[in-house]
Design a protein around this ligand. Structure first.
Ligand SMILES: Cc1cc2nc3c(=O)[nH]c(=O)nc-3n(C[C@H](O)[C@H](O)[C@H](O)COP(=O)(O)OP(=O)(O)OC[C@H]3O[C@@H](n4cnc5c(N)ncnc54)[C@H](O)[C@@H]3O)c2cc1C
Length: 407
């Protein structure tokens, strides 16, 4: 049977990134995507730190020509409805990297995956990987249900799981751990004709707390006068302890969000709300012999800072370089394939700490910056995604004088 260099499971941002970069380096890559693109997906706000990966993938110029709204800042609203000062990326970043985009995932993911095929990866849609084949503890390929419903096996030197929240391989190996204090859920939809800010603020991500800060809303402007709006809160508070459907819960939370009410009062909801839960977890290993986990298939923190796509692409990029080197020297061991982990996890940890700060009811960015104004740059650095090469530890030294952050 033919043996590929790499099989990638899933064609989201993580899978598309790793497949593009490996194919570009001349490796034989086969990618299976279960869905036919374009398909709906939530998670629409990029971080400016995607700049470097978008450049390497060769699609920065296509993004610049796209109709996606430009995102120049993130703004937080206090539970009282008071607006905090926006965190403008340009305060830290040179002009070209001081903005990013709010994307329609149907179009962005399609663009990314088409690019992988253009760079030489074999991309097959409508193929569901059923299992990763293991010989002992070494991955040797996958079993997949093809578009014609036949079941076939494929062999590869390295299997990359980029299956997102399906976490195919981590589930099989039983290595998933939930984030104990981030048991959150989300309810969301799209709205047409909502109030948008003007000028540089027109594409900002806005985060608005509800009155008791038991939940928060995201407000993400998209093309064609559409805005993505979703509410996030502890799963018990939001879903389990209420005897109501998700639309009624969404409306109830909206009524508690003074900053959001006037923005979407006259807007048209475009589809019945969707719900997502149990999305914060990570695997306790990022690699094994012949396999690597990237993007959400390795772990997902929380939607609050829009870090998901950034981390998916970053892990795809780091994994691609590591796998290419591993194939070159013929060492496909767990240690070699996971050698990017310390660098990657150090960056994830900075975001994780800021996530925990946000959910601490004694914390607000406004109050924190009043006490520690010198930390503003570090906060912007994290919102930008400068977590891999910049030291942001001073921020948490200061924060820990105010609140406890789980280690
Ligand atoms: C409520 C919510 C809001 C979010 N908001 C944001 C945001 O604003 N900004 C942001 O950056 N991130 C956000 N995220 C996170 C973001 O959507 C993800 O982190 C990102 O999509 C991860 O990319 P990925 O490539 O790892 O996985 P995915 O994008 O999920 O891609 C995985 C792909 O694998 C395919 N697949 C799954 N199983 C199989 C299989 N067995 N065989 C073949 N194919 C398979 C799927 O069809 C899918 O296309 C949000 C997440 C949630 C839950």
């Amino acid at each position: 049977m033919k043996e590929y260099d790499v099989i990638v499971i899933g064609g989201g941002p993580a899978g598309a990134t790793v497949a593009t970069l490996l194919a570009d380096k001349g490796h034989e890559v086969l990618l299976f995507e279960r869905d036919h693109f374009p398909r709906f997906k939530i998670g629409e706000s990029l971080m400016p730190g995607t700049y470097w990966t978008l450049q390497r993938l060769g699609i920065w110029d296509k993004m610049k020509k796209s109709v996606f709204p430009q995102k120049n800042s993130v703004q937080f609203y206090h539970k009282s409805g008071r607006a905090g000062a926006p965190f403008y990326f340009k305060e830290n970043e040179p002009e070209e990297r001081a903005q990013t985009w709010q994307v329609l995932r149907s179009e962005f993911d399609k663009l990314m995956l088409e690019n992988a095929a253009e760079k030489g990866a074999t991309v097959q849609h409508g193929v569901q990987v059923l299992d990763v084949l293991l010989e002992g503890d070494t991955a040797t390929g996958v079993r997949a249900k093809m578009a014609d419903k036949s079941v076939q096996e494929f062999r590869a030197k390295v299997v990359v799981d980029a299956s997102g929240q399906s976490t195919l391989l981590a589930r099989k190996l039983n290595i998933l751990e939930t984030e104990p204090d981030l048991k959150n859920a989300a309810i969301y939809s799209h709205f047409k004709g909502a109030v948008r800010d003007c000028g540089i603020d027109g594409g900002a991500t806005i985060i608005m707390h509800t009155r008791e800060a038991d939940s928060w809303f995201w407000y993400i402007p998209l093309p064609n006068d559409v805005v993505s709006v979703g509410v996030v809160g502890n799963i018990n508070y939001l879903l389990l302890d209420r005897d109501k459907g998700p639309q009624a819960i969404f409306d109830e939370e909206l009524a508690k969000c003074d900053a959001l009410i006037p923005r979407i009062r006259d807007a048209e909801q475009l589809f019945p709300v969707k719900t997502q839960k149990e999305f914060s977890y990570k695997a306790n290993r990022i690699s094994g012999n012949g396999w690597v986990l990237i993007g959400d298939a390795y772990g997902f923190l929380d939607p609050i800072y829009s870090s998901g796509i950034f981390l998916a692409m970053k892990s795809g990029e780091l994994a691609a370089d590591t796998i290419s080197e591993a194939l070159r020297v013929g060492d496909l061991s767990q240690e070699k394939l996971g050698s990017f982990a310390p660098h990657y996890l150090q960056g994830v940890e900075a975001i994780r700490k800021l996530v925990y700060a946000f959910y601490n009811k004694d914390f607000s960015f406004g109050a924190f910056l009043k006490q520690f104004p010198e930390c503003k740059n570090e906060i912007i650095s994290i919102l930008v995604g400068n977590v891999f090469n910049e030291d942001v530890s001073r921020l948490f030294d200061s924060m820990e004088q105010m609140i406890e952050i789980p280690g």
